[in-house]
Each structure stands twice: as structure tokens, then as C-alpha cells.
Design a protein around this ligand. Structure first.
Ligand code: SAM
Length: 728
């Protein structure tokens, strides 16, 4: 066979287009035009696949995918105050929602449809609003609702996430003891759900024994992942940056001190896909969609999921998901994996875990076609040779007798019209025995060089060194993105730890070797904490895989002339450290005191202890200057907030979003914190107009002074009468 025949015709056409001066005219400067929600190839392709049972249903499908997607959010379940927040949402927030929607639509409040509780999401914690993202962002009456969503998302109390995207973590069924791998994790909405599930039994596990390892091949997207997960402050979480198709085996220490290869109990493969299930959220896909995307992704999707299956524990569970409706990216990938695994993997039915979810079973018949869907292929023999590098035999359904053994009907296909959602595909696989391709050579891994322990001086203090880049030099291909600072764990007998232990009366069960810094230096700045399992993973594997982030900030160096102890507590880590801290640095406060402390937003004017309740004042007298924990007990929840006892003051040490979150739980007046961006924009416009009026009436000399200090803008050449002040 000649080389030319093997060339990818789609890629050749793309190259030709580029050679002719790019892929079409640059429209960036043209005025915005509403996207035409149509694509003949898309409609033809899914029509021939018969994804809907009747003509009537097909019409309903086509009409729904052309509509914008409603907004959904879920409450972070594991937090102690989740129920209290849910109650506030169902009462105050939804009352405000009804008022705002009535105002927006000019209709009576009684006619406004209340938000819908997603029936299949556990404990009634997820809601769908009858509003799109754009509605919420751009409508002044919805400003308070928008503020609520932003603040509570940043505080980690809710997550705005597409409804269907919540399904894979639910059916993965993560328990606090599980070792969990999220292979294609960024930006991390599902990862957040996995972390929540890991922490779902705080009364049983102070720190869950399991962990979530979230990985993504894209270095930049890994930081989105860090940002997303940081809100949840889990010490059992690790972010890595690697290609999942050849994700390396990782080492772990067993209870008897020996080493073995990590096998994960739960693996999520939310693989890259053509994304045509998200047409309602991302309408620009209408213009870009073509069948070549699915063909190009099939191999990558298979390799990621197959590597996942190799790393899965026998008896473990792997969830494969895409936001695509295309059987080439879904059923074809799964039939290939199940077939290649030769009985080691089994598709299982998980519908009972999402009761009330409307979906269709996986497909067992599908057809392939050319990119333009002008020629249909029923089997590989019909495919012309020029397409053999694109359309592969494994993409066709197996013969009926074989495909019946695969169990594809157990897959979950969510179509947008079934419950006014996006489109999605989910399959659950369980591992019955090892795969024949698994290579678990512990000795080979142990023989690889590991990172050196930090050098210590005679007194056991680390010798100051410059921060070193990640591990030994590797192949160029892997040296992408930023170099990460090292992970420097405390050695036993660390002098800083001794003083922390004394000052905060830390419990012996807190493992000091799980404290770490990100720089080899004597004067530690931020001190992080991670679980034993994560520490073990980092130390044994950092030479083998790029670790982007781990640990929650637990202590921060904070020295001034009054401080007795150089480290304050960090609110981020309090969820973890609280359980290990003794009584000497605790103050129980009443509601009014906490509201007073949180309302103080000027750090230069902390509340005087004299403004507080008498009991609080008495306790403050007993407490020396420094960091402390403020505890508030409500009949429905208990709050812990980092505080600072000054010489004559007491203040809360939390960021602004968490402040609003706590004040909301306390039922306090939030008006001081409410930002109305529309009002602000109007004020800014008025100020700009006033400034412009002053400038135009100023003397020529004054105008010249202004000109020298500012860049010329198009406004300078515009008639002031015509100019519209910008308000962005
Ligand atoms: C569908 S998105 C994942 C969405 C994510 N699970 C969530 O819920 O937010 C697919 C991700 O796979 C990543 N990816 C693509 N190829 C990969 C590979 N070979 N290994 C690991 N990640 C990959 C992409 O960078 C992208 O972030």
C-alpha cells in the first residue's frame, strides 16, 4: 500500500486550507451575530442513528437542543452547615428568586415557577433554576441571586455545575476509604464532587483514609483544577499533570512497610470528547461540529479508559463518561474495552443510583459515515481505503451475537429533551480480575532515583537552599508548564512543630511528618497539611510524575512585636486542624459577638474586647495575644472561625466570601456586603460624564496637562455629544 493512500484526507484538507490563507475570514472585528443553531451534518447523522424512538420524539429533541440550558447548582453536602444553608436557599433565596423573576418577566409572583429539585441527586441538594446563565449575569433584578451564587461558590458551599455532569461521581459511589483517580479532571467540577464524597463521614473519619488524585494532561487546566478543589480544603487531595494514556504506575507503602503498586478503588474517566451534548450551553459547537472530531477522539478515549482499567483494583469500579451523544465516542469505545479485557471487566447497571433520572439505554446498532454524512457505512468492508486511517474496524458495532455479550444496554444515555438538560453518556465498569496487559513491576519502580531528603545542619534544621525544580531532568516532551516548588515535609523533631504543638496543644495523633512547606528554608512561611496517604504518594512518586499541588494551608507565619508564637492558624486548614487543637486557644462566642466581629471589615480598627459580651471579655482576659479559634454553637450547626486576640481587641480572620457565608448562616444583615454592579456601573458612568464635563469646560492649559498624563483614546477624536460613556 502506498504512503499517499494512508494520508488522513481530513488533515490534508486542513493543511490545504491553512496554505490557502487560514480557515476562513477573520470575523473577530465584525459585530456579534446570533449563532445559527443548525448543522445539516449533525442532524443527518443523529437521524440515521435513530437516537429517538419516534418522529415526534426526534422533533422534541431537535427543538430542545436549540434552547439555552437552564442553570443548576448543588449544595456541598459534607459541610456541617449544609442543611442550614439548604434551608436558607429553599426559603429566603427562592422567595427572592420568585420576586426577581416576576419583576424580570413582568408577571405576578404566583405565576413564577419555583426552582426544581433534581429528583435523582442525593438528599435533595441540587436545584435547577428556570433561568439561563446569561439571564442571571445580565439582568439587574437577578443581581442578588447572582451575588449569592458567586459568593457561596467561592466559599465552597455550593457548586454551579451542569445537571448531567453530576451523574458520573454519583454512580462512581466514592467512600471515605477509597483510593480515587480522576484521569481527565480539569476544570474539576466532578473532582469537587468526588472530594465531597470522600469527606462524607466526618464523624467516623477525622481525616479520610482514602484520597482523590486528580490528573490532567493540560498544565494550565491543572491550575483551574487546583482553584476549584481549594474551595473544599481537603488534605486528602493531589493534583498531577500527566498524559493519562501512559499514566505511570505509582508506589505506596503497605502497613508492614513494604512497597506495592497503587491500585485504585474508583476511577473516573471523563474523557475529552466532541462535546455535542453541550450544544445548549456552548452554541458555537453548532458551527464547528463535524464527524471527524469523533473519529479522531475514539482512539484516545479508548487508550485513556483502558489504562484506567489496568490501574483499577480487582473489585473496583470505573466510570466512563462523555458529554457527547456519538456512539463512536461512547458505545464503540466500551465494546472495544470489554472485548479486549476478555472477561476481566464487566459493564454494570447503575440506574438504581440515580432514581428518577430519565435516560435511554446504550445503543447496540449504529452506523458510520463520511465527515459530511453524505455516504453511510454499515461495516468496515464498505469503507474506501482512503478513509482506513480515520475510520477503524473497531468503530463498527460487533456482530449481533458478540455485542449481546457486552451489555451495552446498561449504559446511560441522557438526551436533552428527556428532562430539560444537556446531553450525556455514562457507563459503569467493574473489574472481575487482572488484565493480561498489567505490568506491575515494583522493583523497577523502586530502582528509579527518588528526590533527596532536605539537607539538615547539626541541630536538625534544614540548610537554606534555593527552591529546586521538580525532580530530575526528564525528556523535553514532559518539561511543559511551570516548574513546581518542591514538597518539603517536616522531619521528626522539627523545632517549629514543637512550638506549634505546645502553643495550640496539638493532639499526638496529628502526624507532624504530614506538615509540609513548598520551599527548603529555615524560616517556613506557609505550612500545609496533607493526609498520611497523600504524603506517602508524594514522597514515593514525585520523581516519576509531575505533582502540581497538594495540602491545605494550616499555619501561616505571622510575627509582630506582641506575638508569643510565630504561627497563626489558617481558616483554610481549620476544617482539618480543628480536631487536633486543644482548649487553650479557644473562645466560645455568642451570635451577636460573632456578627460584630465579622462585620468589622477594616483591619486597622479591630473590635475592642469591651464591645463584646461579658463572658467573651472574661475569656479574652485569660487568653494571651495570638491566633485562636472562635466557636459558635447554633441549635442546627456549629461554626469554627479563626480569630486573632490582640492586646485589647478580638477579630475574626476569614476572607470576605466566607464572612458573607457565615453571616448568612447567622441570619445577619448582609446589605453592607451586597454589591449591585448595575448601580456601581451607573455611578461610574455618572462620574465619568461629570469628569468629561469638567474637562471640556477647563482652560486650554488644564486640558494640555491632562493630555500629557493619559494615552490618547478614540474618545479624543469623538464629538462628546455622540460619545457614550463606557460602564464596564
Ligand atoms: C471533558 S474534560 C474533563 C472535565 C472534568 N472532568 C470536569 O468535570 O470538570 C476532558 C479533559 O481531559 C483532558 N485530557 C485530554 N487528553 C488527556 C490525556 N491524554 N490525559 C489526561 N487528560 C487529558 C483535557 O485537558 C480536559 O481537561
Amino acid at each position: 500500500m502506498g504512503r499517499d493512500k494512508k494520508q488522513n484526507p481530513f488533515a490534508a484538507r486542513k493543511r490545504q486550507k491553512r496554505a490557502n490563507g487560514g480557515g476562513g475570514p477573520d470575523r473577530r472585528a465584525e459585530p456579534y451575530q446570533e449563532i445559527t443553531r443548525d448543522n445539516a451534518a449533525f442532524i443527518k447523522y443523529y437521524n440515521i442513528q435513530q437516537i429517538c424512538a419516534t418522529e415526534e420524539e426526534w422533533t422534541q429533541f431537535l427543538s430542545t437542543i436549540r434552547e439555552n440550558l437552564p442553570t443548576t447548582f448543588r449544595v456541598t453536602g459534607f459541610k456541617g452547615e449544609a442543611k442550614a444553608l439548604l434551608n436558607i436557599i429553599k426559603t429566603e433565596l427562592f422567595t427572592e428568586y420568585v420576586r426577581a423573576v416576576a419583576e424580570l418577566n413582568g408577571q405576578p409572583a404566583e405565576q413564577v415557577q419555583r426552582p426544581l429539585c433534581l429528583p435523582w441527586y442525593p438528599n435533595g441538594m441540587a436545584y435547577q433554576l428556570h433561568l439561563t446563565r446569561k439571564d442571571i449575569r445580565r439582568s439587574e433584578p437577578l443581581c442578588r441571586l447572582h451575588n449569592f451564587l458567586i459568593v457561596e461558590t467561592t466559599a465552597g458551599s455550593i457548586s454551579r455545575q451542569e445537571a448531567v455532569s453530576m451523574i458520573p461521581p454519583i454512580v462512581l459511589d466514592v467512600k471515605p476509604t477509597d483510593k480515587v483517580l480522576d484521569m481527565c479532571a480539569a476544570p474539576g467540577s466532578k473532582t469537587a464532587q468526588l472530594i465531597e464524597a470522600l469527606h462524607s463521614e466526618p464523624e467516623v473519619h477525622k481525616i479520610p483514609p482514602g484520597f482523590v488524585l486528580a490528573n490532567d494532561v493540560d498544565n494550565n487546566r491543572c491550575y483551574m483544577l487546583v482553584h476549584q478543589a481549594k474551595r473544599l480544603n481537603s488534605p486528602c487531595f493531589l493534583v498531577t499533570n500527566h498524559d493519562s494514556t501512559f499514566f505511570p504506575n505509582m508506589l505506596q507503602t503497605n502497613a508492614d512497610g513494604s512497597k506495592s503498586i497503587v491500585k485504585f478503588d474508583k476511577i473516573l474517566c471523563d474523557v475529552p470528547c466532541s462535546g455535542d451534548g453541550t450544544l445548549r450551553k456552548n452554541p458555537d459547537i453548532w458551527m464547528k461540529w463535524n464527524l471527524a472530531q469523533g473519529y479522531n477522539l475514539h482512539g484516545l478515549q479508548y487508550r485513556i479508559a483502558y489504562r484506567g482499567a489496568e490501574m483499577l483494583e480487582v473489585g473496583g469500579r470505573l466510570v466512563y463518561s462523555t458529554c457527547s451523544l456519538n456512539p463512536i465516542e461512547n458505545e464503540a469505545v466500551l465494546q472495544r474495552i470489554i472485548k479486549d479485557a476478555d472477561g476481566a471487566l464487566e459493564l454494570v447497571d447503575a440506574a438504581h443510583m440515580v432514581p428518577g433520572l430519565k435516560f435511554k439505554p446504550g445503543m447496540t446498532h449504529w452506523k458510520l459515515a463520511t465527515k459530511e454524512v453524505d455516504t453511510i457505512y454499515n461495516n468496515f468492508e464498505e469503507v474506501p481505503e482512503t478513509y482506513h486511517t480515520i475510520i477503524r474496524p473497531t468503530m463498527f458495532p460487533l456482530p449481533p451475537a458478540e455485542i449481546a455479550q457486552i451489555g451495552l444496554e446498561k449504559c446511560i444515555r441522557v438526551l436533552p429533551h428527556l428532562q430539560d438538560s444537556g446531553g450525556f453518556f455514562v457507563a459503569v465498569i467493574e473489574k472481575r480480575r487482572k488484565l493480561s496487559t498489567e505490568k506491575d513491576n515494583v522493583r523497577e519502580l523502586l530502582e528509579k532515583p527518588t528526590q533527596a531528603e532536605p539537607k539538615l545542619d547539626e541541630s536538625g534544621k534544614p540548610i537554606e537552599e534555593k527552591s529546586v525544580p521538580w525532580g530530575p531532568q526528564r525528556k523535553r516532551r514532559r518539561l511543559h508548564g511551570y516548574k513546581e516548588d518542591p514538597y518539603v515535609f517536616f522531619a521528626e523533631g522539627d523545632a517549629d512543630y514543637k512550638s506549634m504543638k505546645e502553643f495550640y496543644e496539638l493532639d499526638d495523633s496529628l502526624n507532624e511528618r504530614c506538615l509540609l512547606t513548598r520551599c527548603v528554608t529555615e524560616k517556613k512561611k506557609n505550612v500545609y497539611y496533607c493526609s498520611d496517604a497523600i504524603r506517602d504518594l508524594v514522597q514515593l512518586n514525585e520523581h516519576n510524575i509531575k505533582i502540581i499541588n497538594t495540602g491545605v494551608k494550616a499555619f501561616v507565619r505571622c510575627e509582630n512585636r506582641h506575638t508569643v508564637h510565630p504561627y497563626r492558624l489558617a481558616q483554610e486548614g481549620l476544617q482539618t486542624t480543628n480536631a487536633f487543637i486543644g482548649n487553650s486557644r479557644r473562645i466560645e462566642v455568642q451570635r451577636d459577638d460573632l456578627i460584630l466581629l465579622l462585620n468589622c471589615t477594616d483591619p486597622t480598627k479591630p473590635p475592642s474586647t469591651l464591645e463584646l459580651k461579658e463572658a467573651t471579655q472574661e475569656r479574652c482576659k485569660e487568653l494571651g495575644v495570638g491566633s485562636c479559634i472562635l466557636k459558635y454553637v447554633d441549635p442546627n450547626f456549629t461554626l469554627f472561625v479563626v480569630g486573632w486576640r490582640g492586646t485589647s481587641s478580638l477579630r475574626a480572620y476569614v476572607d470576605s466570601d466566607e464572612t458573607v457565608h457565615i453571616l448568612r448562616l447567622l441570619g445577619a444583615d448582609l446589605r453592607k456586603f451586597e454589591v449591585n454592579k448595575y448601580e456601581k456601573a451607573k455611578e461610574a458612568a455618572a462620574a465619568a460624564a461629570a469628569a468629561a464635563a469638567t474637562t471640556s469646560s477647563a482652560s486650554p492649559d488644564e486640558t494640555n496637562v491632562a493630555d500629557k498624563t493619559s494615552e490618547p483614546t478614540p474618545m479624543d477624536t469623538t464629538d462628546p455629544e455622540e460619545a457614550t460613556p463606557t460602564t464596564s
